[in-house]
Design a protein around this ligand. Sequence first.
Ligand SMILES: *Cc1c(COP(=O)(O)O)cnc(C)c1O
Length: 406
Amino acid sequence: MTALQDARTSTLARNYDPLPVTLVSGEGSWVTDTDGRRYLDLLSAYSALNFGHRHPALVAAAHAQLDRLTLTSRAFDHDLLHPFADRLASLVGPLVTGTPMVLPMNTGAEAVETAIKAARKWGYDVKGVPDGHARIVVVDGNFHGRTTTIVSFSADPDAHDGFGPYTPGFVRVPYGDAAALEAALDEHTVAVLLEPVQGEQGVVVPPADYLPAVRAACTAADVLLVVDEIQSGLGRTGSTLASELWGVRPDLVTLGKALGGGIVPVSAVVGRDDVLGVLTAGTHGSTFGGNPLACAVGMAVVDLLATGEPQARARELGARMGERLDVLVDEGRLAAVRRVGLWAGMDVAPGRPGGPTTGRELCGRLLERGVLAKDTHGRTIRIAPPLTMSTADLDTALDHLADALP
Ligand SMILES: *Cc1c(COP(=O)(O)O)cnc(C)c1O
């Protein structure tokens, strides 16, 4: 059955348009489809698979926990809840301002919603903003998830249009323009929310002085800097947080995706205890947030990152990948590449004879060659190989990419 027939006859909602491949198994950087064909995974589930498919240490942690305790709800503590918070705080705490606190949730969007709620309540309880007047400054090209509040401040018509009435209290300014952002801060502003590198937008890296200037403006105006590192965090950029690359410490950081090790959805907000501390019993929660299975896997993920090895590997493989991609740009086979760590957004060069005209077409060509990647916004594709990929596999994938770009 083709993907098209599938879409017409399936009971599955059509809110995705996947490439025509059906996967049945995965190991490390490789996945296998229903016909037994193998593919190198260059998407890594948008960085949720930073440690590859079924990483042995993560699978072992999950298996052990499945045999012991999987869910309690937060009505009761369990033995991994505080250890998970402690370990995540020791990894990420030094990278944020103040004394760190951890609030576990499940999906990325929930972590962002949690940060928004904490910032608003901090604004009312601590900063003294009049009730109902809190403002949060966001940036163009943002992607923070799919809830009604989050799509309210999206500039992407597909994500935004048709889902109103929209949640008020957000102001959007151009990305990469610190002066515009600073000018948007007023006495009712409780937070600035942004991605240090915009993944969904095509791996857009800001000017070098941007994040330090945003940090300074937030500090001067008593505004919280909330950094969404759900995609950029946990090793992808060659550091634990992308914010580190610019020496910037946020007040709150949202984490997700790779925190669940590709096994379960695990997200968290990490940051100032005087901010997250405003969320008291009854004001916020989640049935599954911080469940034992999530904590077991999340702790194993933190243990991997605490060695510094995945981050070092991202820098090493990223440099290797960068050299190859830069050649493709120099030769005119790609229009542009933006990259940081083991993460790249590349724009196809339309009008090049024999070349792909859209990101989707390039992804189709890669699929034929046994490589999985995903397009975004027309002519862009994003690649985020597992940080555990072997050098030989990376070279193979890049050979196929070059072959698909005559
Ligand atoms: C994926 C993503 C989210 C949303 O995460 P979900 O788990 O899909 O809800 C939020 N912010 C960023 C930067 C993301 O990449």
